[in-house]
Design a protein around this ligand. Structure first.
Ligand code: SF4
Ligand code: FES
Length: 370
């Protein structure tokens, strides 16, 4: 039986509403509509339950969390519960006054997303004209107020050449950390694999640039890096291991072991309005489905990395192999690894297709990508 420690972090998806429509959005294909969102009082109770359970860090995310009118009281409630609060935002919807109010109630940290390093790229990828200019204004206010800042840049074939400038921008903004994340192909991103899949050369160059920048900026800025895993040989330790360090709450109150867990069809999820959070964490069937190593098949079962990467990402195994208990095909020991690498080569060699922008509707908007 796997020993269950308390979670360290909780991601609260306050809403799925978002002014941007990024073609790699990691939210589920079926978004929670505004009328199903849990209310202020319920979120406040969830924050207190999370703190009692042992959660230390609360990541307030979306969609765009600034789309929630009660963002300030929510942050206040989380701080009163003793949680470290991090706002994950595109910046759209934040005014100087609102940021000051967030500062007054104790918001600890801001994570600002970057879709590109110039208006043309950023506005095209985010599908929001004028978004880059507004984001730069918000970055200035964040600096003036003095929030600790992480810049999060999502990279793919269209914008990987902008990585050096993104690192420079993080320095100019006074960020303490930059998260360089290559697009992970789950959910909506799968609709844009042909256009967004980096080439192997781009992936290698990004890894080289990150290593170089880490050495140069040691002691000044931390660089987190999520490589283009279709081109890798070892999988990532997704979520730090299933049900081991973190949990996600959807806008309508479902408690998930990871943001993409709803893509695993046989799992059932508890709702925080119907069952105490601690009970869901310890006893929920979805959390226990892939905890520890007992569920593993070969080659993971007998592999000496099984408690290092926990077999990679369950949702990726589901998406690519149709079996969430399979070895993540990113692993060189997976029988599907060769097919995955070949598919990465094939996708990355495709001509740019029109981007399929994220929308609430399953009939997505297509806009020419050049
Ligand atoms: Fe990780 Fe499984 Fe690959 Fe071993 S076989 S490295 S545990 S994914
Ligand atoms: Fe679900 Fe990796 S995204 S386990």
């Amino acid at each position: 039986m796997t020993k269950v420690n308390p979670p360290i972090a909780m991601l609260a998806e306050l809403t799925h509403r978002c002014p941007l429509s990024c073609p790699y959005c990691s939210n589920p294909l079926e978004l929670a509509r505004q009328e199903t969102e849990i209310d202020t009082e319920t979120w406040c109770d969830v924050f207190r339950q999370a703190a009692d359970l042992g959660v230390l860090q609360l990541h307030l995310s979306g969609g765009e969390p600034a789309s929630r009118r009660d963002l300030v009281p929510l942050v206040e409630a989380a701080r009163n519960a003793g949680l470290y609060t991090n706002l994950i935002t595109s910046g759209i919807g934040l005014t100087e006054k609102r940021l000051q109010a967030l500062d007054e109630v104790g918001l600890d940290h801001v994570q600002l997303s970057l879709q590109g390093t110039d208006p043309a790229m950023a506005d095209e990828i985010g599908g929001y004209r004028g978004g880059f200019a507004r984001k730069m204004q918000v970055a200035e206010w964040i600096g003036e107020i003095g929030f600790p800042l992480t810049l999060n840049v999502v990279l793919h074939r269209r914008n990987l050449h902008q990585l050096p400038r993104a690192i420079e921008m993080a320095q100019e903004m006074g960020a303490r950390r930059i998260e360089v994340a290559t697009v992970q192909f789950h959910g909506w991103a799968l609709k844009n694999r042909e256009t967004l899949m980096p080439t192997k050369d781009q992936a290698r160059e990004a890894t080289r640039l990150v290593a170089e920048a880490r050495a140069k900026l040691k002691g000044q800025m931390v660089i987190d890096y999520v490589p283009a895993d279709y081109h890798e040989d070892l999988p990532k330790r997704c979520m730090g291991g299933w049900g081991s360090t973190g949990l996600n709450i959807t806008p309508d109150g479902l408690v998930l072991p990871c943001h993409a867990a709803q893509t695993i069809p046989h799992l059932t999820f508890d709702r925080v309005t119907e069952r105490p959070l601690a009970e869901i964490w310890h006893e929920g069937s979805a959390f226990n489905a892939y905890r520890g190593t007992d569920w593993m098949q070969e080659p993971c079962r007998s592999c000496d990395r099984r408690e290092i990467d926990f077999g990679g990402c369950r949702c990726q195994a589901m998406a690519l192999v149709g079996d969430p208990a399979a070895t993540d095909p990113v692993c060189v020991k997976s029988p599907h690894h060769g097919v995955l690498q070949q598919s990465a080569e094939t996708y990355s060699a495709q001509d740019d297709a029109p981007l399929v922008y994220r929308g609430f509707s399953e009939t997505p908007r297509k806009v020419r990508s050049s």
